[in-house]
Design a binder for this molecule. Structure first.
Ligand code: HEM
Length: 250
């Protein structure tokens, strides 16, 4: 979806999964994953620093970003950076969310049945998937002034890791937070971040995820899946492999 939207063609299309993953691994603490992924992320940065409108498919959003730059609606030399953001931010996050949808409905067939009985629950079900298993567990902010949060003093200039996964399970905010309930509709979950820099691609992520949940609910009664195989990542909490052993149609 992201490839078609931005208008990636040829070599970059073939590289986007590697590049998207590497862009996530070079965030966060410096560790072995960061070191291994810098060269791959470097390929992405190099491509984004020289990409031109003609490299992107006609009629794509990517071309639209270059058109905006040519009109002066965005500052000069920013189109490549914006395209880099979309590629870096829109690939592994959505992959994680879609994997989580499949795994959670395999674990909770009663919740899938609720969506089948009432398809208007699809958006609520995705909100609950995002609340229950946040694809990104922690994200950074820098304090612009001294502030006290729940008794903790945070000085101006401090870097803070905001723990979305923990906030999404806060028992002071969500009743029975460890239960996966598609009727809960937690519209205020934190998994897309918050404020002016909240996820810029959440509309697209919702379109994709709603299509997956809608199709699953209509076509599938039960999914029998094997164990979720996870590999650690510096940014996303994602399922690496999930064997769907049996699909019982609706
Ligand atoms: C379920 C899928 C997704 C999740 C869970 C997710 C999560 C996030 C989070 C946590 C942030 C940081 C927000 C903050 O700082 O408050 C973010 C930012 C961003 N996301 Fe997403 N994202 C998803 C899909 C996408 C897609 C599909 C795109 C674009 C194609 C995208 C583009 C962006 C961009 C450009 C930013 C930076 C916004 C800014 O700093 O102003 N994301 N996303």
């Amino acid at each position: 979806m992201v490839a078609d939207l931005i208008g990636f063609t040829g070599e970059v299309r073939a590289n986007m999964l590697r590049w998207g993953q590497a862009a996530m691994e070079v965030l966060g603490p410096l560790n072995q994953r960061t070191a291994e992924n810098f060269p791959v992320a470097g390929e992405l940065y190099a491509w984004c620093s020289q990409v031109k409108a003609e490299d992107l498919a006609e009629g794509s959003v990517g071309r639209g970003i270059f058109d905006a730059e040519a009109r002066g609606d965005i500052p000069p030399d920013t189109a490549g950076h914006i395209i880099h953001q979309y590629l870096g931010a829109g690939v592994d996050t959505t992959i994680a969310a879609i994997g989580n949808i499949v795994a959670l409905f395999a674990r909770h067939p009663d919740q899938l049945a609720l969506v089948r009985q009432d398809p208007t629950l699809v958006p609520a079900a995705f909100n609950e998937v995002l609340r229950y298993w946040a694809p990104v567990h922690a994200w950074g902010r820098r304090a612009t002034k001294d502030v006290t949060v729940a008794g903790a003093d945070i000085p101006a200039g401090a870097q803070v890791a905001v723990l979305f996964g923990a906030g999404n399970r806060d028992p002071r905010h969500y009743a029975d937070p460890d239960a996966f309930l598609v009727e809960r509709n937690p519209v205020d979950h934190l998994s897309f971040g918050y404020g002016p820099h909240g996820c810029a691609g959440q509309g697209l992520a919702r379109l994709e995820a709603h299509a997956v949940i809608d199709a699953l609910a209509r076509r599938v009664d039960r999914l029998i899946a094997g164990p979720e195989v996870r590999v650690p990542s510096n940014t996303t909490r994602s399922i690496d492999k999930l064997a769907v052993l049996e699909v019982i149609p609706a």
